[in-house]
Design a protein. Sequence first.
Length: 307
Amino acid sequence: MILARRVDERMIKLCRQGRIRGGSFTGIGQEAISAAVAVASQPDDLFAPCIRNLALHLGRGQTPLGVFRQILGRAQGPTGGRDGNVHYGDLAHGVYTMISHLGAMISVVAGGTLARRRQGKDTVGVAFVGDGTTSTGDFHEALNFASVFDIPLLVIIENNHYAYSTPTSQQYRCHRLSDRAVGYGIEGYNADGNNPAEIYVTVRDIMDDIRAHPRPALLEADTMRMRGHGEHDDFKYVPEELLQVYRRRDPIEMGIRGMQAANLLPDEQLKTMEEAIAAEIDSAVRQALSEEEPLADSLTQGVYRDA
């Protein structure tokens, strides 16, 4: 969680320095959910991340250097400099490349999980969506398909109260989005997405259960994004009093307090970890900035398959 937070903070600086072309999106305030999934998962699992799931990428093997190469559009980045944004993944680690049609990736990870299961692999799929995605047709179709065919797919709704600038009060009338699970004949769960221990135990238990008894499940995690939809968004539509509630419930601070109360994280160990992370990020940024952007003659590579 700390690594993801520090990478995001450096990305904000790079964006304001004009070094990043296009949009910049962070997951500040939501790191616990992605981190819980990364820790609870197994090697053959598959994932469809959304725009705020940096901790999932890092937890599944991506490096800060790889992230900075991507957002700076470097030739050695995950997309070869063709996209300086969140549209990257690493299928070798089970992470599908995200697309911006939110909800469309649920079907992809459902199909991939079904295929791997038929190959005899012990795969569980995890798809991340926001509260706004639950209003799309893709959300319904994918969950319905997964339910009919008993695909072990965990769909996590990161409910951060706003679909861009649209509050949840203008999106749906049900009390909880997890209540929609009953319409698909599956279980719906709720968890505090800002409490690292609670969200981890919840995710672990659900993944273990649907791995052993294949079927989909829906989990709604309450959280809050602490910045705008992207760095272009001034965020003024969110009431300050709501932000204050979630500032007091920052997932990293909650995690540190909980671990220190259990004598699991001495101050010196935390300091050492923070210093190591800072050094790794500084090194990664320097390296990425020193590298070349893709050459123009590589433009058509990877677009069409050679006959």
